[in-house]
Write a protein that binds this ligand. Structure first.
Ligand SMILES: Nc1ncnc2c1ncn2[C@@H]1O[C@H](COP(=O)(O)OP(=O)(O)OP(=O)(O)O)[C@@H](O)[C@H]1O
Length: 329
């Protein structure tokens, strides 16, 4: 196991450009600095097409970077990939299982090739919650069960790092919940999980830390709590007897107000006193006034929407959030 404080995954200035058949340049990953600490679940978040899969493919030696450096467990890759690959499990695409074989038979075949025992097969099946379903044929498995078997296959060699690329894609809500629980348990068991996803609400419940990317660039990274705290929307939720009148009064006083059921969301968390006074002057008395904390989803939306407003160019946030006003073409 890596020591505490050690980075399991690290990229510095990682850059990848593709050329389309017509010769157009596509920047898939733009000078990306990633730092994934040991232990727990790290979310690798970004909208579709933001460069997550390309980054993961480069880490695994499946694509060649145009520029930049990468390390896994402190070792430079792809140069030292053979030395560290035994510690890495990855589900990037659906592995090829034999449809007519049972789940267990498929895993046993793989176990044979990686040289682990049938006891390890049963342990991996138990870890992904397939115990009791292992004697069913693979072709009868639901998408969620297939995904779990794919993860079980990577667990056979007891990896220290598990890389999962959009593992809940195409699953129904129950399947998503099952996979989420499983990922959380894996993170708690000491495995470092790098979980790529564009589904934010999902990730917030599972991840300890995240890196958020947009258009191949790092927009923010750090502990979920810190990101949510720093990027808080600076709104207050106001409850009054007559929200419609209160909204009119506050808007006249140049506050930005939105309706939230029978309450109001007012921008300007630092102006709580002013809000109370403006309303009291018109005989409207505040029953509740609470600051609204952002969730990861609203942080993500704001950050990724901001990137669409700025030209592309390298940004290197030191620790937490990247400035969104520094992009240069
Ligand atoms: N082989 C390729 N040739 C040309 N462009 C590519 C190639 N692979 C990826 N791209 C482009 O690179 C960008 C990043 O793609 P990538 O698949 O890494 O994003 P992603 O964040 O994983 O997206 P998704 O969530 O949709 O899987 C996209 O614009 C994509 O079209």
């Amino acid at each position: 196991m890596p020591g505490s404080g050690e980075l399991v995954v690290e990229t510095t200035g990682l850059h990848k450009e593709f050329r389309t058949r017509r010769g157009r340049r596509v920047v898939a990953v733009d000078h990306l600095d990633l730092a994934v600490p040991a232990g727990g679940v790290h979310g690798f978040l970004g909208p579709n097409g933001s460069g997550k899969t390309t980054t993961i493919r480069m880490l695994l030696g499946l694509a060649r970077p145009s520029e930049g450096r990468m390390r896994l467990f402190g070792e430079p890759v792809p140069q030292h990939l053979p030395a560290v690959m035994s510690r890495v499990g990855a589900v990037v695409e659906q592995p090829k299982f034999v449809p007519s074989f049972t789940g267990r038979h498929n895993l046993a075949l793989l176990a044979h090739t990686v040289g682990v025992s049938s006891r390890d097969v049963d342990a991996a099946l138990a870890q992904v919650g397939l115990t009791g379903r292992e004697k069913e044929r693979y072709k009868g498995y639901s998408l969620g069960m297939k995904q779990r078997l794919a993860i079980a296959a990577t667990l056979l060699k007891s990896p220290d790092l598990l890389i999962l690329d959009e593992p809940t894609n195409g699953l129904d809500p129950a399947g998503i919940r099952d996979i989420r629980t499983m990922i959380r348990e894996l993170g708690e068991s000491g495995v470092t999980v790098l979980l790529s996803s564009h589904i934010l609400a999902e990730v917030q419940q599972v991840c300890h830390s995240v890196s958020i990317i947009g258009k191949g660039r790092l927009l923010a990274s750090g502990a979920v709590e810190d990101l949510v705290g720093e990027q808080s929307v600076k709104q207050v939720r106001v409850s009054v007897a007559d929200p419609a009148s209160a909204q009119r009064i506050l808007e006249t006083a140049r506050f930005r107000v939105t309706r939230d059921g029978d309450r109001l969301l007012v921008e300007g968390a630092d102006r709580a006193e002013h809000i109370t006074r403006v309303l009291a002057d018109r005989q409207i008395y505040v029953r509740e006034l609470t600051p609204v904390r952002a969730d990861l989803e609203s942080v993500f939306l704001r950050l990724t929407q901001d990137t669409s407003l700025h030209a592309t160019g390298p940004q290197r946030p030191a620790v937490a959030t990247a400035p969104t006003d520094g992009g240069a073409a």
